[in-house]
Write a new protein. Structure first.
Length: 434
């Protein structure tokens, strides 16, 4: 049975804009006077929402406001959100780099954090000396560090420069060494900010693999902040989405990534459109009742992953089901460029039923066809009468949907490949020996 290893209860963090502290002696005295009388801090009642794009209207801002969540042992929690949402501030509070203005953080065990390039490193000390310095900061004894130092150096890939002052290291080398120290000194909770983005592709794969081994193999807990949705999808078991310093979503990774892309990437998701017969788009006795695009996996969920089969479904009403009705669909990327078009004309045969009723047309898109990203569809409902085609109903941007990354096996590249499509074609191999 899993146990709670970290718990945040109503934590908030307030800053004064443009200044350190309250910015004036009067404010400091006022806070001190309220504190010794057992009164609430008077400045907790003021403060703007943490929206970096808005114009400042107050002297104070809530970088975080009323954050509540729990983390279980062995869980990998992803924390995502746009720049300035409060992710790094939250990790600093959890790592005890700074204290919350209000609320309580409860944790068990040792916490190791990698928040910024060079965190805890002294530039005049060598890489080896910084390993011991960083280990001591994390609460390790010299004997414990001695037992791990060779493994740390090997993992970092900086053996040639390990006795060189770290001020001569590149940012990537510094991150390599810092992560190696934090990951190998057996923390109960490993806190990692976006710093892995500084490393090269090889190190990112190695770091992701190490974090997965720490969580699944050793049962330790990881808190991971990243803008790389492929890394989040591959590594995390659950995500928090932060918006303006508050939790906007908490739940499964796939749903959280979809929520983030929909909320912050300016994409309005319309997986499903439906009308009643009185208001449905209609022409010449044909009505569009509904349109839907969804994953055939996991009970036809709205969240669509790259490795899901996708179902496109239209429901029409016709005053005569023997009419030769078919649909044309265009698929577009997030720049409204047409990727491809498809039609039901050749696949669906006309039924000789001279009564009114409903007609449902479904198309299956194979898995591993779309790359991750935002997509939309256009629809044209067409009737063919003795070879003469006429457009009955046209709908631009009828459906829009998001394809999220699939979990990537360790050893594969953790980034996003180019292009809107990523089909997995079958290849054949033939060998001829002379």
């Amino acid at each position: 049975m899993s146990k709670t290893i970290l718990k945040a209860e109503n934590i908030s963090k307030q800053y004064r804009l443009g200044l350190v502290g309250t910015g004036s002696l009067m404010h400091d005295v006022n806070r001190w006077w309220h504190r010794i009388r057992g009164k609430e801090d008077p400045y907790l009642k003021v403060g703007a929402v943490n929206d970096r794009s808005a114009k400042a209207t107050d002297d104070y801002v809530w970088a975080l406001k009323d954050i509540n969540f729990e983390v279980q042992e062995g869980e990998v929690l992803g924390i995502i959100g746009k720049n300035g949402a409060g992710k790094s501030t939250l990790l600093k509070l959890l790592s005890r780099v700074t204290s919350p203005t209000t609320g309580v953080i409860k944790s068990r065990g040792r916490i190791a954090s990698l928040l910024e390039v060079g965190t805890g490193f002294h530039p005049e000390l060598t890489g080896r000396e910084n390993i011991y310095l960083n280990g001591a900061i994390l609460g390790m004894t010299k004997a414990e560090i001695d037992a791990k130092v060779d493994e740390i150096i090997e993992f970092s890939g900086c053996e040639m420069y390990i006795d060189t002052p770290t001020k001569r290291y590149s940012s990537g080398m510094t991150v390599r060494l810092g992560f190696a120290v934090a990951a190998h000194l057996e923390p109960d909770i490993l806190v990692v900010d976006e710093v892995l983005a500084v490393g090269d592709a090889e190190f990112q794969k190695k770091a992701i693999g190490k974090m997965q081994a720490i969580s699944s193999g050793e049962g330790r807990t990881v808190l991971f902040v990243s803008h790389n949705m492929a890394s989040v999808s591959s590594l995390c078991t659950r995500v928090l989405v932060l918006k303006n310093g508050q939790i906007n979503f908490s739940g499964p990774t796939d749903e959280g990534i979809t929520h983030y892309l929909k909320e912050y990437e300016g994409h309005v998701q319309k997986n499903f459109q439906k009308w009643d017969l009185a208001t449905a788009p209609e022409k010449d006795g044909i009505k569009l009742v509904s349109a839907n695009i969804f994953s055939r996996s996991e009970n036809e969920k709205d969240t669509i992953r790259m490795d899901d089969e996708i179902v496109l479904e239209y429901k029409l009403w016709a005053n005569n089901l023997s009419r030769n009705i078919f649909v044309n669909t265009q698929f577009l990327d997030d720049n409204d460029f047409i990727l491809f078009a498809t039609t039901s004309r050749e696949s669906v045969q006309n039924d000789n039923i001279g009564e009114e009723g409903f007609l449902t047309l479904k198309m299956l898109i194979p898995s591993n066809f779309f790359n991750e990203g935002n997509f939309s569809t256009n629809l044209v409902v067409v009737e063919d009468v003795d070879g003469k085609k006429s457009k009955l109903i046209t709908k631009q941007n009828l459906l829009s949907f998001i394809v999220t990354p699939k979990p990537i096996e360790l050893g594969e590249w953790m980034g996003k490949s180019k292009g809107p499509l990523r089909p997995s074609f079958k290849w054949e191999k033939e060998i001829n020996i002379n």
